[in-house]
Design a protein around this ligand. Sequence first.
Ligand SMILES: NC(=O)c1ccc[n+]([C@@H]2O[C@H](COP(=O)([O-])OP(=O)(O)OC[C@H]3O[C@@H](n4cnc5c(N)ncnc54)[C@H](OP(=O)(O)O)[C@@H]3O)[C@@H](O)[C@H]2O)c1
Length: 146
Amino acid sequence: MDLRGKRVLITGASRGIGESLAHAFAGAGAVVALVARSEEAIQTLAAELGGAAHPADLSNPTQVATLIQRVEDEAGPIDVLVNNAALGTPGGFADASGDELRQVTEVNYLAPAELCRQAIPACFAAAAVTSSISPLGQALSYSPAW
Ligand SMILES: NC(=O)c1ccc[n+]([C@@H]2O[C@H](COP(=O)([O-])OP(=O)(O)OC[C@H]3O[C@@H](n4cnc5c(N)ncnc54)[C@H](OP(=O)(O)O)[C@@H]3O)[C@@H](O)[C@H]2O)c1
């Protein structure tokens, strides 16, 4: 896939797989928009890769609601959305508190769903893709070509 000039939004880009994906997409010529709570980490990475940092807490529906608009106002329509950010669930399901359950649901399901919902119209127009790699988010994977 030719990614030169493609605008790629990657959540959870401050470390781990998201950081590696940011390097890979930028190395393939894409313009990356990096999302995580760790502002300094994504600003440093964005400066290194020639992209942009968009700090956001994906457990906060208000911040999620405006994220796509923030990115598109700065860079234009998103071609590729990578829903990578996710919270692990170290304990047993029944041992989790109500707050933990709500936070996991916000970050791993509702935020990817909302970002897909908002990004898909522009992706459709460009025949581009959205991709979710978090466990619950996989249910939202979408590509008009598949
Ligand atoms: N590692 C594996 O072996 C493995 C295997 C299968 C699937 N996966 C999936 O791959 C993805 C990444 O895994 P990883 O191991 O790279 O994870 P990780 O090292 O724990 O990184 C998680 C990323 O998500 C961000 N994040 C967490 N909560 C957030 C929130 N509330 N708002 C915004 N960003 C948030 C973190 O940034 P901040 O803390 O700065 O916000 C961080 O950049 C996950 O979806 C995971 O389920 C991983």
